[in-house]
Design a protein around this ligand. Structure first.
Ligand SMILES: [Zn+2]
Length: 105
């Protein structure tokens, strides 16, 4: 269970910085065994990475996201739970009553 009260703060031009995904969750994820890389069949090892996420014209920058990273090609993999966690945090930061910037394509 991820904390929904992830710390977020505005930064000048590069979006909303989100950190503090619950530590207990992260340490559990760091024990996840990933399948071999689907691109190069390389070994995928757990690591903390920075991940950017676009939502409704807003850029979210997640720090220290538990992921599996291929040692050969660097492809990153997230568990379904981690993807859902990031989505939940993004949604919690974009409630309708809050004003967000939306760019036309
Ligand atoms: Zn690979």
């Amino acid at each position: 269970m991820i904390a929904l009260d992830a710390v977020a703060r505005e930064r000048e031009n590069d979006g909303l910085l989100v950190s503090d995904i619950e530590e207990a969750y992260c340490s559990k994820e760091m024990n996840h065994v990933y399948a071999p890389c689907s691109f190069c069949r390389g070994e995928v090892v757990p690591k903390y990475i920075r991940h950017t996420y676009h939502w409704n014209g807003q850029l979210f920058i997640f720090e220290d996201v538990p992921a599996g990273v291929c040692v050969q090609c660097g492809e990153a993999y997230f568990t379904v739970e981690t993807v859902k966690t990031m989505e939940r945090i993004v949604l919690s930061k974009t409630r309708p009553e809050r004003t967000i910037r939306v760019w036309a394509p």
